[in-house]
Each structure stands twice: as C-alpha cells, then as structure tokens.
Design a protein around this ligand. Structure first.
Ligand SMILES: Cc1cc2nc3c(=O)[nH]c(=O)nc-3n(C[C@H](O)[C@H](O)[C@H](O)COP(=O)(O)OP(=O)(O)OC[C@H]3O[C@@H](n4cnc5c(N)ncnc54)[C@H](O)[C@@H]3O)c2cc1C
Length: 346
C-alpha cells in the first residue's frame, strides 16, 4: 500500500480550499486498511477519513493520516417479496449508486439523486433531500474500528439517525458515551428498497413539476430527472464555485418559540413537524439578517441561496469559519436561535 506525502487536498474538497495532507493513503479494500494499521508505529496514530470532501471545511494542512476511501462494488444481496437489498462499497460516488439502482429497475433512491459525495459518508449525516432521508432506505453497514481493526455491523437503531445526524457525528466521550466520530471507517452500506415502490412527492418543488408537466403519477426515472433538474437550477455547482451545499441545519424550535418569532416576523418560513415542534428555514433567517451576497475575505454568501457559503476565490478555511460565526451571531442576535453548521470543520 502506497503512502503518499504532502498531497494537495484542493481537488479533494468541494470548497476548493488549498491545503495538504502530510500523509494520504487510498483505501481500496478492507485488507489494505488492516495491513496499514498493523504497520509498526501506526497504532494510535491520528487518522482522518476522507470521502468526496463535499461536507468538510479544511482550516489548514491535515496532520493526521488521511484515509481516502476508494472501496468500490455494487451488488444486489437480497431480492425478497417486500424489498430488494443492495450493497455498495463506501467509495462509490453516491449519485452513481442512485443511477445504478434505477438502471437495474430498482427504484427508491431517486429523491436523493445528485447529492455529491460518497456512499460511505451517506450515513454519517443521514443525508436527505426532497422528502427522503437515508434512514428511510437504510438496511445496515459494515465499518472497521480504526483502533482495534475489528469489523462490526450496525443496523439503523444502532446508527442513531437523526436530522443530519448519526452516531458517527458524536464524540465517544460525549454525554451518552455512544459516539463513533473519528473512530471508524465505514466499508460498505446496504440499502432496503421497498416493494411495491411508491413515489414520494410531498416536497413542494416536486408537486410543482408534476403540475407543470401534467404528470400526476411519475415513474421513479421521472422523479430522478425532476430532482436533477431542480438541483441544477437551485444549487451552485462546486465545479464552478466552491461550496459544501447547505452550510447550516434548519433549526427546530418549540411551538411557543415559533409563535414568538411569527409575532415579530410574520413572513418567517416554518414547517410543522409531527411532534408539534417547527422547523425553520435557516436560509430565510440568514437572508433576513441581510447576508445574501455578502463577502468576508475570499468567502461569501451565495447571491441566490443564503444557506450556501461559497469560495469566491482563494478563501481559506479560517475565512469560511469566520463568516459562518458572524452569521451565527447575527441570527442569534435577531432571532435568539443558534444555527448549527452541517459540514465538519477539519
Ligand atoms: C452542492 C452540494 C449539495 C449538497 N446537497 C446535500 C443534500 O441535498 N443533502 C445532504 O444531506 N447533503 C448534501 N450535501 C452535503 C454532502 O454532499 C453530504 O454530506 C455527503 O454525504 C458528503 O459525502 P463525502 O463523501 O463528500 O464526505 P466527506 O466530505 O469526505 O466527509 C464528511 C464526513 O464524513 C466522514 N466520512 C466520509 N467517508 C466516511 C467513511 N467511509 N467512513 C466514516 N466516515 C466517513 C468524514 O470523516 C467527515 O467527517 C451537499 C454538498 C454539496 C457540495
């Protein structure tokens, strides 16, 4: 296995931030990883697991050993009367998996089309879009514990999925003591695609597409095409302008807090949740504080999507973090709400 030194990370993060990895290893198989971790001097060495780099902010050169996940493979592992289970290697690009399942006549992931990044990172923040979250299609995953080299399997309950959250985002020493952040490398993920397939069209943008096209009962392929078209029109392409998608989670508040805010700002965009709480549109809050189009150093807030922070050219991770903090402070000052960032600051 080749250990590369002083590797430029700019091509490996969607923000396009300039940084280097002191040491980087491309992990193409579980055995490679085991062999590497068994090398003298590797035990206890800090590591950083890198997928597609579409949900990270690099604030400097990475001193930890970077494990760039490139494990491939796509296969059907079970085809029963109620669901088909497919398995994908952690290094498979997420959109490639979605396209492959549809090509196999296996619908279910179409609402998640075109999300950047790798299969292995998809459980980390329980990716979601257009009315579907990863947890709705998740079966199980295999991961390797980086300290012990042991491979273990987790089901959905053990992954503790939440809104853009899972066991992989919590530190082991956290309050609950169950976290696996930085402790494990996800090797492969299995997805359960239910039968019969039912379209998920609850999201307003998809209902608009159905009305525009006059297609009330779209096929999975049609929904996939709609989602791709909506995303291309709405979100800045990281290949053109560096970004990590939505920079903040949509905050969830109690009904009382929501009433309070509506009394002051009747226009606020809010969605009721089944448990009686409300989800607020973080982009609306940021826009209301006047941030759309603003710039701090090389980092800025996108002109059309206030939720997306961008690299206007030569931004450092520090500038992105400074801008994010300034936004958090002004949203807190005006609405009393703390915005939580989505990407991982490295
Ligand atoms: C334009 C754009 C649009 C986006 N839209 C959405 C969206 O609609 N919905 C959504 O949920 N997200 C969205 N994202 C965020 C991002 O695409 C997802 O979070 C994605 O899953 C990140 O995958 P990655 O491989 O790039 O992860 P990385 O950025 O490489 O890593 C993210 C985190 O996961 C960890 N990690 C990565 N791979 C593994 C592994 N194999 N095992 C263990 N840990 C791992 C890393 O250590 C890091 O902590 C968007 C991003 C962009 C740039």
């Amino acid at each position: 296995m080749i250990v590369e030194h002083q590797v430029p990370l700019q091509p490996h993060n969607s923000f396009g931030i300039v940084a280097r990895a002191r040491e980087l290893v491309r992990v193409r198989a579980e055995e490679d990883l085991r062999a590497l971790l068994a090398e003298p001097g590797r035990a206890g060495q800090p590591t950083f697991v890198l997928g597609g780099g579409s949900n990270i902010v690099l604030t400097g050169d990475v001193k930890a050993l970077v494990l760039k996940v490139e494990i491939l493979g796509l296969r059907v592992v079970d085809d029963g009367p109620r669901a088909t289970v497919v398995e994908a290697g952690a290094g498979v690009p997420w959109h490639e998996l979605v396209t492959w399942t549809l090509d196999q006549g296996l619908p279910g992931l179409e609402n998640l089309a075109l999300i950047p990044g790798s299969v292995g990172a998809s459980p980390v923040q329980n990716i979601g879009a257009y009315g579907v979250e990863l947890q709705d299609r998740f079966e199980s995953l295999d991961a390797l514990h980086l300290a012990t080299g042991q491979v273990f399997t987790l089901d959905a309950t053990q992954c503790a999925f939440g809104y853009r959250d899972s066991v992989f985002k919590h530190a082991p020493a956290g309050g609950t003591g169950f976290g696996l952040a930085g402790q494990a490398l996800i090797l492969r993920v299995r997805f359960r695609l239910p039968k019969p397939w039912r379209p998920e069209l609850s999201y307003l943008d998809l209902q608009r597409k159905a009305a525009e096209t006059g297609i009330a009962s779209p096929s999975a392929r049609q929904i996939y095409d709609w989602v791709c078209a909506i995303r291309r029109a709405k979100l800045p392409d990281p290949a053109v302008i560096g970004n990590a998608g939505s920079f903040f989670k949509n905050p969830v508040v109690t009904a009382e807090q929501c009433r309070d805010i509506i009394a002051r700002d009747p226009e606020i965009v809010h969605y009721p949740l089944p448990d009686g709480s409300f989800k607020l549109a973080a982009g609306w809050l940021i826009d209301a504080c006047g941030w759309k189009g603003k710039t701090v150093g090389g980092a800025g807030v996108h002109e059309r999507q206030a939720l997306v922070l961008v690299n206007r050219g030569g931004a450092s991770g520090g500038e992105v973090v400074t801008l994010a903090r300034a936004i958090q402070e002004s949203v807190y000052g005006r609405f009393g709400i703390r915005l939580e960032p989505e990407p991982v600051v490295v």
